[in-house]
Design a protein. Structure first.
Lengths: 287, 291
């Protein structure tokens, strides 16, 4: 049984999963299955790269070691949805191995028969993130994943070996043992999922436009319309289930984006489209 | 099986000497050498496949019979073999087993981490992605889980027709006969290459001291190989020279395979002849008990 605090996180997570699904489907349908796959993979890589770079910058500002423990456990931009069930097998500076037995994103995509679309995210995101964070010296392996019908768990292993790292980076990532490092606080769930949603949405639009021109932009726009319809229905259901009015407070707590989002610096065109098609629909649906 | 074990142990004997002498910096050189070795094999396979007229993809890489000769102890469970992906479990790996038996699981770990991505990704124009999240050289893992992919839509346009038939209208796949690699020649090729690239990387970093560490590794590999040959000769009632030929991948006669010409820089062949062969011959005189 989940608490109300758990449920709002799950709703935000599912909204992200729905965004990826809706936009991904339209990109594949309108840009073509081949070109569309290329767009989606590239967009997810860019989002992963950005997250890896930002985590590196964050840890450098904090003066924390920029090892693999830092990437996955320190001051993380996002914490997991409470439905995630995983086991960390190795949590070391140069080796991180973990298995995921329940993943809300995979569950969402599989439920809608879009495991293959979801696999684009799984294959590209963490890989790009680790490579960006380790500046090309690390390795990310994902041998099994829950978006594949054969697999019943995800198995990740990441390596960042001091022997593969240039000396300057090694000194920063693997300093000689000293006083134990304090755990840096993670960002709140809401902030993290909002950041991921904006990042992936912007990059899908960016990649679709670059590779498919106006057809790509149209595909993303059609995806946003589909997401808007899904989001309004989902929010209404969620509000009903929790005996709450569907108001701005509810949206802020249960949706990764605010009803009145400030302009996104990273891609104002994406903000414009999201505001026009998604947020306005949500605003119109408020009690 | 002896050929496979001797090839596998050549790697760990060479690495052990370098690690003991140079520590972390030695590991740096060894990882680089292992990557170069993997890349060489990947590029060689790609060249061969392109000459055969097959597409450069996962189905070709893993379906056409690679350059690693088969070992009857090897057990694999193949889950998928398609142009974009090869998914498999390795349930028994004689390389992992022999490294563990010799207490060199960590060296085997290093090999698995560096060789596979270098080889498979190198084969695929550096657009492949090798996922090896479980390995028999990792503590707690009961099998190797490979998921090696080359996604067509991650390739630039000019490479798509080279890799996938559906991007090459009019392509007709050639009819090929499966060729089983010769065990002796195959393991000899791999042994020459692995020795060469480890030597090259170690010499670049440590100069003569590195070369000496490699030479000590050659001597230890020679002693171990000689003991194995003696044991095989006794077990199968073979003449000793016949057992040596059958069990050790590297030819010790005056007439060496032509491949050495491509891998003789850095004094590789001279070092092999002056350090490995005499050590092997001396060890043969001592038989299975060793020195």
């Amino acid at each position: 049984m989940y608490t109300c605090a758990d449920i709002v996180q799950q709703n935000q997570q599912d909204a992200f999963s729905a965004m990826f699904l809706c936009l991904g489907r339209e990109i594949l349908a309108l840009c073509g299955t081949r070109a569309g796959e290329g767009v989606i993979r590239e967009a997810v890589r860019r989002a992963g790269r950005r997250d890896g770079q930002r985590q590196l910058e964050r840890l450098r500002e904090l003066g924390a070691p920029t090892d693999l423990h830092g990437l996955f456990h320190c001051g993380r931009p996002r914490v997991e949805d409470p439905r995630t069930r995983k086991k960390v097998l190795f949590d070391e500076k140069d080796r991180q191995i973990w298995e995921v037995y329940t993943c809300p994103m995979a569950s969402f995509w599989n439920r809608f028969g879009e495991g293959r679309l979801g696999s684009f995210f799984c294959e590209e995101y963490e890989y790009a993130k680790v490579l960006a964070y380790t500046e090309g010296a690390g390795q990310l392996n994902l041998s099994k994943n829950l978006t594949c019908p054969r697999d019943n768990f995800c198995r990740f292993s990441a390596y960042f070996r001091e022997a593969n790292t240039p000396p300057e980076r090694a000194a920063e990532a693997f300093p000689p043992s000293g006083a134990p490092q304090e755990e840096t606080p993670a960002a709140g769930f809401g902030e993290g999922i909002r950041d991921l949603t904006i990042s992936v949405c912007c990059r899908l639009l960016e990649a679709a436009g670059e590779r498919c021109g106006s057809e790509g932009v149209c595909a993303v726009t059609e995806g946003l319309k589909k997401w808007a319809a899904q989001a309004v229905e989902a929010l209404r259901t969620q509000a009903g289930h929790t005996l709450r009015p569907l108001d701005e407070v509810f949206v802020r707590e249960n949706f990764p984006l605010r009803a009145e989002e400030p302009v996104w610096e990273e891609n104002s065109q994406a903000w414009e489209l999201v505001n026009t098609y998604v947020l306005s629909a949500i605003r119109a649906g408020l009690d | 099986m002896d050929l496979s074990d001797n090839y596998t142990l050549l790697y760990s004997f060479l690495c052990r000497e370098v690690l003991d002498e140079f520590g972390l910096e030695g590991e740096r050189a060894l990882r680089e050498g292992t990557r170069r070795y993997g890349r060489d094999r990947g590029l060689a396979s790609r060249k061969k496949h392109q000459a055969l007229g097959v597409k450069v993809n996962m189905q070709s890489l893993f379906g056409l019979g690679g350059d690693l000769p088969p070992d009857p102890r090897f057990r694999r469970e193949l889950q998928e073999l398609a142009p974009e992906a090869r998914v498999s479990h390795t349930l028994v790996c004689p390389m992992a087993d022999v490294w563990k038996r010799y207490g060199e699981r960590e060296i085997g770990r290093m090999y698995c981490e560096e060789f596979h991505p270098a080889c498979y990704n190198g084969y695929a124009f550096d657009y492949g992605h090798t996922n090896l999240a479980k390995t028999l050289t990792q503590e707690g893992d009961e099998y190797c889980a490979f998921n090696v992919v080359l996604r067509a839509e991650n390739l630039p346009e000019d490479l798509k027709p080279l890799c996938f038939a559906e991007y090459d209208p009019g392509y007709v796949p050639p009819v090929l006969e499966a060729v089983k690699p010769d065990a002796k020649a195959g393991f000899e090729t791999l042994s020459i290459k692995i020795y060469y690239y480890l030597l090259e990387a170690v010499l670049e970093r440590f100069g003569a001291a590195g070369g000496e560490a490699i030479a000590r590794g050659l001597e230890k590999a020679a002693q171990d190989g000689a003991r194995r040959a003696c044991a095989t000769a006794r077990a199968y009632q073979k003449a000793l020279e016949e057992a040596v030929f059958d069990t050790y991948p590297l030819t010790m006669d005056a007439e060496k395979p032509a491949l050495w010409a491509d891998y003789s820089a850095h004094g590789a062949l001279e070092r092999f002849e002056s350090r490995f062969i005499p050590a092997f011959r001396r060890a043969l005189e001592h038989g299975e008990e060793g020195q």
